[in-house]
Design a protein around this ligand. Structure first.
Ligand code: MG
Length: 387
């Protein structure tokens, strides 16, 4: 790895783990965090969780796992060029979606509705909850005992009210609506997440025939590159034109992100990560024009893909599945597997009766893959399927 910039996160200056551990002989602290993520159960489940399209709709669509890998790969390019810590961005990127429910955002909204009386449900908080509490792999502690920097990056959002219960890692959210910036590595992953999903959702949306080229060409960022590819390769097949257009859109955004952020860092010259954390604004950003074009594309996807009637039908179905599972388990927890029943008892003692039961059930449902949730639904409610 190249020599890190003074404002990077240095693993020998980490703010530490919640439980102190003896350093590894051959791996840095952040490498160790990354390895713990890759070995954990929640990470493997990402393979069978929806990004936009339900996992069984087709083998070629992105899943949460391939999305997370794309985010990691784009983030590492940016980090390396800004001399930030690549191991840390990789860790944060691979972990950033661990808390997602089955069926994508529709699943999260459904579970959040179910949990309204018990503190709600939010996938960012759930990602942190997974690495802090829910993964059980180590003899001496619950969770993965990650470094502060990894946990800070995973907790992308939270309300001031929630922040009060989370300790040091959430201090930056205590100040009402204006959170303090996290490390530059966390900032890189946040932006690269958006670069990854806007571009791969165009690809998937076109493949599924939910988006059309004519409408897409009304978006500047798409049209500029699409026109160039057409001009350079007038006889290329449709699919390859799309691939090359998308490749160029990613490249332009990443280049702009690197150059704009580098200029900002050169101007501000933070002396260390602490100065990054007390700054007024994030330093990893697009230029104003690129941000505008990026938002245009995001808005387009919101209207034409995420609200497409076929995606909405999936969302509606997800809502029914999750709501019915939640209500049924709340009403009769003895329908749950034994380890979940034990978890309910633990959380009931900790959080109080109903709230504890609800949280344990939410953890169980959130952990399900798309197909597991559908199978559970079938087993419980279809009279001719075996329990
Ligand atoms: Mg993501």
């Amino acid at each position: 790895m190249a020599i890190l910039a003074p404002y990077a996160a240095f693993d020998n200056h980490t703010l530490g783990r919640q439980r102190e551990e003896i350093p590894s002989k051959y791996r840095s602290e952040f490498q160790r965090d990354r390895d713990r993520i890759i070995h954990c159960t929640a990470f493997r489940r990402l393979e069978y969780k929806t990004q936009v399209f339900v996992n069984h709709e087709g083998d070629l669509f992105r899943t949460r796992l391939t999305h997370s890998l794309e985010v990691a790969q784009i983030s590492r390019t940016v980090a390396r060029n800004l001399r930030l810590n690549e191991d840390l961005v990789e860790t944060i990127a691979l972990a950033h979606d661990l808390g997602h429910t089955p069926f994508g955002h529709a699943g999260q909204d459904a579970l959040n509705q179910c949990m309204q009386r018990y503190g709600g449900f939010e996938h960012n908080l759930q990602s942190l909850r997974i690495v802090d509490e829910l993964e059980e792999r180590y003899p001496d502690f619950r969770g993965l005992n990650l470094t502060f920097e990894a946990r800070e990056g995973i907790l992308k959002n939270c309300t001031p009210k929630q922040a009060k219960t989370l300790g040091q890692v959430a201090v930056r959210f205590l100040n009402d609506s204006d959170p303090m910036p996290p490390s530059l590595e966390a900032q890189v992953v946040n932006v690269c997440d958006e670069v990854a999903y806007t571009t791969h959702d165009i690809d998937d949306g076109l493949r599924a025939n939910l988006l059309n080229i004519r409408r897409l060409r009304e978006q500047r960022l798409f049209n500029e590159h699409y026109s160039t590819v057409l001009k350079e390769y007038p006889n290329l097949s449709h699919r390859r034109i799309i691939y090359d257009t998308i490749r160029r859109i990613i490249n332009e955004q990443v280049s702009n992100l690197i150059e704009t952020s580098r200029a900002q860092l050169d101007a501000i010259q933070p002396r260390n990560v602490e100065e990054v954390r007390v700054a007024d604004e994030n330093m990893i950003t697009f230029s104003a024009l690129m941000y505008e074009k990026h938002l245009e594309l995001k808005q387009f996807l919101k209207t034409h893909l995420y609200q497409h009637y076929r995606v909405r039908r999936m969302a509606y179905k997800a809502l029914q599945v999750i709501k019915r599972l939640f209500e049924t388990f709340m009403h009769d927890p003895y329908l749950l597997p034994l380890d979940v029943q034990i978890e309910i008892q633990t959380l009931q003692a900790k959080l109080g009766g109903e709230a504890g039961r609800a949280r344990a059930i939410a953890d169980y449902i959130a952990g399900m893959t798309d197909r597991y949730a559908i199978e559970e639904y079938e087993k419980l409610f279809n009279p001719i399927s075996l329990p």
